[in-house]
Design a protein around this ligand. Structure first.
Ligand SMILES: [Zn+2]
Length: 157
């Protein structure tokens, strides 16, 4: 399951009217731990999970893991040959051209302080067997809506 731009389209809730006290504090947190456990139980019992291949990280996700991923100390739950990498994606109308991009999570705090609202999705990926799973998502931002930034000049042509 790779993150696709369309997957999270419209997932950002309407911007709240009041400014947020701490723009960097995750809110509207959604955890997918239980679903993840259910998938892994199926995988380990040899049952195909609803007909889907769960080790299907595509080229873009593997590339994002290589360039923007954060290495964890957690072993891959499927192949156990490699430690998982977490890839952070951001979605939001105010983000303009970077909405849907994988970013270095160290940029999140800065973005949170100059963006009204955007949603963060964290995907774990094994670059060995290509297991990947959306583990959590949450909203950041200061609640003050801004116009999306214009494209950087190097992307205009
Ligand atoms: Zn693996």
């Amino acid at each position: 399951m790779a993150m696709k731009k369309s997957a999270a389209k419209g997932s950002t809730a309407k911007v709240t009217a009041a400014p947020i006290a701490d723009p960097t504090l995750p809110r509207s947190v959604v955890n997918y731990i239980l679903q993840r456990r259910r998938v892994l139980t199926a995988v380990h019992s040899g049952r195909p999970f609803e007909g889907a291949d769960v080790c299907d990280a595509d080229h873009y996700l593997l590339k994002a893991a290589r360039f923007h991923g954060v290495h964890t100390t957690q072993d891959c739950p499927v192949c156990r040959r490699e430690q998982l990498t977490e890839v952070t994606y951001i979605f939001g109308d105010e983000l303009g051209h970077i909405s849907g991009a994988a970013i270095d999570p160290r940029r999140l705090l800065d973005l949170a302080e100059r963006t009204g609202e955007f949603r963060v999705f964290v995907v774990e990926v094994c670059t060995q067997c290509r297991w990947n799973y959306l583990t959590r998502s949450y909203v950041l931002g200061d609640g003050v809506f801004r116009r999306p930034p214009r494209r950087p000049p190097d992307l205009l042509r």
